[in-house]
Design a protein around this ligand. Structure first.
Ligand code: F6P
Length: 366
């Protein structure tokens, strides 16, 4: 019996999404004779029944393309903005699923998408998810696709900032994405040799950072690169947020679909200004922003997306649903969605990357 497979990409786009779509589409159709249909713009396209057949020409030449040929969005089925209101459209999405007689809906996304997919699973749909995000914060997988590409971009940015910071004897604060997880800033900071790395998992003390920068100056190194994760916060900010609803909101955003609540750039700008005051060194701020998500995926992300996508087709063939296809070592593992949804993988304080950064003399702000 031919199986009917629906696929959508949701949340922020991530390099490797098209490689994953190609892998799912080709292996599902060519190996197992399944029919694969894509829904456009995430859960909204499923609600509105806007589709694209994922076969033949649609899958050609997309391995190297950034973004997603399906389009994406941060809408949630149970809180869908419709005509100025936020409505629970779950039943409408289920109608579309039934209309296409789908055997399974495959959702490619980060933390917020895993939660939405889990909700649909609890409503009785057959669901499989793939972990996609540059933030690398999806639980239960070694890594998510998009991370390696973004890591390369952020590392190159830090490399490039070195020569200009050095020439002008400046502090350059570079803000790196990652939501409330420090993987990207920590990884790029270590790989790019940042002098200070600040991540959400370690509240920072700006005076300790200034001292570290001044120690460098005394050794004749009159510039410093500070890699700061967009979710990093100072100890003062954390204390202040107890009485400040905005600060608390920023601290509490746990969902990749609630990005609007993160105050991008604000903390980093204050940090750059404060470091200038405390050290007397001129400071500048660079926000890498969406540059980190754009463009062609790295070879590692293409490999990972292909590995997860083809494993997904195998699981559909077996009839294994309600799982996320996780990367484990060189292979994959089907992890129950209930173990993934609502959890976030952050950097453990004893992670080898943290130990390595400290061992080479990097200031982590504590
Ligand atoms: O989750 C991926 C991510 O790139 C985060 O690192 C960042 O905070 C957020 O998305 C930005 O979201 P948007 O594209 O909606 O501005």
């Amino acid at each position: 019996m031919t199986k009917y497979v629906g696929v959508l990409t949701a949340g922020g786009d991530s390099p490797g999404l098209n490689a994953a779509l190609r892998a799912i589409g080709r292996s599902a159709a060519d190996v197992y004779g399944m029919q694969v249909i894509g829904f456009l713009d995430g859960f909204r396209g499923l609600m509105q029944n806007r589709t694209l057949r994922l076969e033949g020409a649609a899958l050609s030449g997309i391995l190297t393309l950034g973004g997603t040929i399906l389009g994406t969005g941060r809408d949630k089925p149970h809180r869908m903005p419709v005509g100025g209101a936020e409505l629970d459209m779950t039943d409408v999405l289920i109608d579309t699923y039934n209309q296409h007689r789908l055997d399974v809906l495959v959702c490619l996304g980060g933390g917020g998408t895993q939660k939405s997919a889990h909700r649909l699973m609890k409503e009785g749909l057959n669901i499989i998810t793939l972990p996609k995000t540059i933030d690398n914060d999806v639980a239960e997988t070694d890594v998510s696709f998009g991370f390696d590409t973004a890591l390369g971009i952020a590392t190159e940015a830090i490399d490039r900032l070195h020569s200009t910071a050095h020439s002008h004897h400046r502090i350059i604060v570079v803000e790196i994405m990652g939501h409330n997880a420090g993987w990207l800033a920590l990884g790029a900071g270590i790989a790019g040799g940042a002098d200070v790395i600040l991540i959400p998992e370690i509240p920072y003390d700006v005076e300790l950072i200034a001292e570290a920068i001044l120690r460098r100056s005394q050794m004749g190194k009159r510039f410093s690169i500070v890699a700061v994760s967009e979710g990093a916060r100072s100890c003062d900010e954390i204390d202040g947020s107890k009485d400040d609803p905005k600060g608390a909101q920023r601290a509490g955003t746990d969902d990749e679909d609630d990005m609007g609540e993160l105050l991008i750039g604000r903390g980093s700008l204050l940090l750059a200004r404060r470091l200038e005051e405390l050290t007397g060194l001129e400071s500048r701020l660079t926000i890498l922003g969406h540059l980190q998500r754009g463009g062609t995926p790295s070879a590692a992300d293409r490999l990972l997306a292909t590995r997860l996508g083809t494993a997904c087709a195998d699981l559909i063939h077996e009839g294994t649903y309600g799982v996320m296809v996780a990367a484990r070592g060189e292979g994959t593992k089907a992890v129950p969605l209930s173990k993934v949804a609502g959890r976030r993988k952050t950097v453990a304080l004893d992670h080898p990357w943290i130990q390595g950064a400290r061992a080479v003399g990097t200031c982590l702000g504590d």
